[in-house]
Ligand binder design. Structure first.
Ligand SMILES: [Zn+2]
Length: 183
């Protein structure tokens, strides 16, 4: 940069050790003028601005892509993750519990009703609202007897779905499989 300044100040400036003819100096000055005017058009501040804008745009693009993926994931739709774009399959409704189920869930809830529940759950498209849905449809079962202090007995839960404003008790398999989630 300083070399260019010196050269423009003195058109007859000859680089040390070189014996340039007036023609070659004129040519090199034209080149320098071109470069200088290019620099004038894009002062360092503007260059910085462009860099920042590009960076901002890249960050915005990343945020946007992240949000798109989050939306897809929370809606139970197929999405890709990682640098190798691994495909995460869409959430599907799984099989109902079998006829050995003592709650006989499959008799109480039709396939169509299950589909509506499944779709409504994924339409929430929000992890907190989905958690809230699950909590609202779960309740702890009071154990018939108290387990001895210190033993690690896990709590039992009962599950239900609201169908036509009626609470229908279902087993855990039916509950999880209808939503298409794993415990
Ligand atoms: Zn069942």
């Amino acid at each position: 940069m300083t070399n260019y300044d010196d050269i423009t100040k003195d058109a007859n400036y000859v680089l040390p050790g070189e014996h340039n003819s007036a023609v070659s100096i004129a040519i090199s000055n034209v080149e320098i003028d071109k470069q200088l005017s290019a620099v004038e058009k894009t002062p360092s501040i503007i260059v910085e601005d462009i860099k920042n804008n590009t960076r901002k745009r890249l960050i915005n693009k990343e945020i946007w892509e992240k949000n798109v993926k989050k939306q897809l994931r929370n809606s139970g739709k197929e999405y890709n993750i990682g640098s190798n774009e691994k495909v995460i399959a869409a959430k599907i409704m799984k099989m109902p519990c079998n006829d050995k189920c003592r709650l006989k869930c499959a008799i109480k809830i039709s396939a169509d009703e299950r589909t509506v529940i499944h779709n409504n759950y994924w339409k929430l498209a929000d992890i907190n609202r989905q958690r809230e849905f699950i909590i609202r449809h779960m309740c702890t079962i009071n154990p018939k007897y108290r387990s001895p202090v210190g033993t690690n007995r896990s709590l039992n839960y009962s599950y239900s779905f609201n169908i036509h404003n009626k609470e229908i008790k279902v087993c855990k398999t039916m509950f999880m499989n209808t939503l298409g989630v794993s415990s």
